[in-house]
Design a protein around this ligand. Sequence first.
Ligand SMILES: [Zn+2]
Length: 155
Amino acid sequence: MSRSKREIDKELMYKKLMPSGSSAIRAAEEERTPAPKAPPAAPFPAAVQQEDAFHRPPVPRRVSIPALDNHPMVVVNTMESLVLQKLGSVLERFSCCRCDRCKKDIVALALNKLPPKYRVMAEGQAVPDADPQTNAQIVSAMIQAVIKVRANPRH
Ligand SMILES: [Zn+2]
């Protein structure tokens, strides 16, 4: 049986004050504190019901959309597609190195400055042109990326 620190402290104090009577007082105190009752056991049928709920086999669900099943659809970041489309012309305009590493660095830097724009499209479908404002945003991000890569190429 565990006793709280307070009870132990009290006992030590009693021992100091009256070395002969401490155990008698403790016994009397223990008699006054009722033993904690065990929580009432759950009724048997409820327990069985809960068990059933946990072990019920999962109901298979159809997640695919039948109309799209014949057409392979893909999720495309159209921002990435647009950056890749413009890469050639931007490299030419700014006479930047065209090695693989520099091209990839430019694309990564530009995409980190642009918000992603995802679309679900049929595989192979062309990405539609962006509005003029988005186009300007893309070109600006790419020019900044080219300047950075040109100043510090990692090839
Ligand atoms: Zn390079």
